[in-house]
Design a protein around this ligand. Structure first.
Ligand code: T4K
Length: 368
């Protein structure tokens, strides 16, 4: 089966060397030596001020909302992985949805501004597939209305916007370091933070609020990364740049060959990581036809992000058509046309050729 992605793994011997060290030290979790080492290496690699490592990207969003003391309404996009919307709900907040720009797939700043009310306390924007949002416009809106700006940069590892790390924008940004991401720690996440008071508080929040053996300073949770995750990250980090180069070559190959048949996300990054290969079809029916044909041929692309998060059973139970309520026509439309094709560093060019042939055959047959 050729799947939409396959996790990168370092040479087994390299991971085993670290496992031996963990066996000897018997230090397995709770801000161990390797979590601290990975944190320093990532801060340097990503040129960010500080990163707080946590156990996954979803908890990273929840902690970001928590540490900024967000209340009431959070303006966000429905064109995302369920984690973005779920985290808002999980924190007892109200998600308010704004439509997307159909070219970049990211939240449209003009739509964000229309949704601001007295109850708004944050904007939670997503760099969809790692492609940077219109960060300057969003910053300006957040500033003017005095609301916090958080980025779900789950897929934006190493991405730059106007030659600046994308993680530098907004009040906080979060990364997912899940196995399916460009860089991973099996499960994992991080919060990029510029303010020292916030990083201190985040470190407390991820460890039950424990300040010392006999002092619990605030109410926290358990969001700690463990040593096995950290050493996977340390091993993977050595190879990530060459893996991104390989992804780039495959991405560009797809793009050259498929431009007659499909459309591509408009990239805004000055440096990109090529984590996904999203394409969309002019004719809605063709997306599903191509999808079924690929599946029949042992290839499993994914319809990220279909359905919109506003179509989850949770909202259905509320009996409100959120697509209509918030006028999410563009997000709805892209969601119905999108398909993420297989893309990962070990993917063979001949497998890409197979994917492309099926797309070409399906679309050519329909047109003739
Ligand atoms: N915000 C955004 C915008 C996100 O995209 C995500 C996660 C989050 C927040 C939350 O971050 P985390 O809490 O997850 O750190 C996958 C990932 O599990 C998820 O992390 C990711 N986004 C999302 C876009 O993709 P699924 O439900 O599609 O995963 P699954 O199990 O269907 O795997 C996808 C493909 O990967 C499969 O076809 C096979 C392959 N695969 C997967 C795993 C886990 C492997 O070959 N090996 C594996 O171990 O969500």
């Amino acid at each position: 089966m050729i799947t939409v992605t396959k996790p990168d793994l370092p040479p087994l011997e390299e991971y085993m060397e670290y496992l031996k060290k963990i066996w000897t030290s018997r230090w397995l979790t709770n801000n161990g030596e390797y979590v601290q080492l990975l944190q320093r290496e990532l801060v340097e690699h990503l040129s960010t001020k500080d990163l707080v490592l946590v156990s996954n990207g979803t908890l990273a969003i929840e902690l970001a909302l928590k540490v900024l003391e967000i209340k009431g309404e959070v303006i966000t996009t429905p064109f995302t992985f369920p984690a973005t919307t779920n985290a808002i709900l999980w924190e007892g907040l109200t998600p308010v949805f704004a439509d997307i720009d159909p070219e970049t797939f990211n939240i449209d700043p003009r739509e964000v501004e229309k949704r601001i009310t007295q109850k708004t306390s944050a904007i939670l924007a997503v760099h969809v597939f790692g492609n940077p949002c219109y960060v300057k416009e969003l910053q300006e809106i957040a500033h003017r209305h005095d609301v916090k700006l958080i980025y779900d940069a789950a897929a934006a590892f190493g991405v730059e916007y106007e030659y600046q790390p994308v993680l530098d924008y907004g009040d906080l940004s979060i990364l997912s370091l899940h196995a399916t991401k460009v860089f991973h720690t099996i499960e994992g996440g991080a919060i990029a933070v510029k303010d020292e008071t916030l990083s201190e508080k985040l470190r407390l929040l991820r460890d039950h609020g424990i300040k010392s053996a006999e002092q619990v300073a605030i109410v926290g949770t358990n969001a700690k990364m463990n040593e096995f995750q950290a050493v996977m990250g340390i091993c993977n980090l050595k190879y990530v740049d060459e893996k991104i180069q390989r992804r780039k070559r495959l991405y560009e190959y797809y793009k050259r060959k498929l431009s007659k048949y499909v459309k591509f996300q408009k990239l805004t990054a000055s440096k990109y990581n090529y984590g996904y290969m999203p394409v969309y079809f002019d004719d809605i029916g063709k997306r599903d036809e191509v999808y079924s044909k690929l599946l029949k041929n042992g290839i499993e692309p994914r319809k990220y992000f279909f359905p919109l998060t506003t179509s989850s059973d949770y909202f259905k139970r509320e009996s409100v058509d959120l697509v209509k309520k918030y006028d999410l026509r563009k997000a709805h439309d892209i969601s119905n046309r999108i398909l993420c094709l297989p893309l990962y560093p070990d993917l063979k060019t001949r497998d890409v050729d197979r994917v492309m042939r099926i797309i070409e055959d399906t679309l050519d047959t329909k047109e003739s």
